[in-house]
Design a protein around this ligand. Structure first.
Ligand code: ATP
Length: 256
């Protein structure tokens, strides 16, 4: 029998439970891999320590990420099953607001069926072209194993900036070797992805994307190219990771 859970906004874990529900639904529909559920659990643990909110250093990273995306000649947003289940609508909005970007799929646990389901999901939200699905258009990143090494000739291959939320370390390192500027969202400030990327946003993707869209729209209206370059130049990624870790370490057991 189909399980039916009622979520109430008054529940202290409401947003966290909502995200779980989206992932479980995505899993049942074949969009999320079983390993994706475990990866989400790892993220939740760090989110708990952050207080399930966007901390100042992550707000700064979001601001800088919006500058990097606006300055890019050809930014690509790389997506997977978890990203689709959690925020397909917001990713499509971000892509529209960037104007010169495109979306590319890359699955750690690849199946043709999952790729098709994700592609259909993006179509529902108005995306007309998803890169990474035409086998004739894929080429290999050297030194990376299996299907993870594939990138689209007209997508990531040509991109100067790649936004890879919820990515694994090997692929992030490989993208850096290709000289891409890499922006990521990762709740774990100690992951290889967090440490290797140029701009790491230590926050939950469901909170990040709406703020990123807001910043892109703000800077498009109010900032010059020089302002955006200044933002990028003054950014220190490792400092942001240290600040996120400090917030996590400062959690105390509440005293009676
Ligand atoms: P790495 O290979 O980079 O060292 P990893 O082995 O933890 O790290 P994965 O398991 O492939 O990498 O990636 C999952 C990462 O995504 C985890 O670091 C987890 O903290 C993060 N994550 C999971 N769910 C979310 C979410 N909703 N928002 C932001 N980050 C998330």
């Amino acid at each position: 029998m189909e399980r039916k859970i009622e979520l109430h906004e008054s529940h202290p874990r409401y947003l966290s439970l909502l995200a779980r529900e989206k992932l479980v639904t995505g899993f049942k529909r074949g969009i999320v891999a079983s390993e994706g559920l475990i990866a989400h659990g790892r993220g939740e643990c760090f989110d708990y320590l952050l207080g399930e909110r966007t901390i100042q250093s992550s707000r700064d990273a979001i601001n800088v990420a919006s500058a990097a995306l606006l300055l890019a000649n050809y930014p690509i947003i790389s997506i997977n099953g978890n990203v689709t289940a959690l925020c397909v609508d917001q990713i499509c909005r971000l892509n529209r607001s960037l104007e010169n970007s495109a979306v590319e799929i890359n699955l750690f646990y690849y199946t043709k069926e999952r790729e098709k389901l994700i592609s259909e999901e993006f179509k529902k939200y108005g995306l007309t072209r998803l890169f990474g699905i035409d086998p004739n258009n894929l080429e290999s990143i050297p030194e990376l194993e299996s299907n993870r090494r594939l990138v689209d000739r007209d997508g990531i291959s040509k991109a100067d900036v790649v936004f890879v939320p919820l990515e694994d370390g090997d692929r992030t390192i490989a993208l850096k070797r290709l000289n891409k500027k890499v922006i990521t969202v990762d709740l774990n400030p100690l992951s290889r992805t967090a440490l290797t990327s140029d701009i790491t946003i230590v926050d939950n993707i469901v909170r990040v994307i709406p703020q990123l869209i807001e910043r892109v729209e703000f800077h498009r209206k109010h900032s010059s190219e020089a302002d955006l370059n200044d933002l990028l130049e003054s950014f220190d990624n490792l400092d942001g990771l240290k600040k996120a870790l400090e917030v996590m370490k400062s959690k105390q057991v509440p005293l009676q």
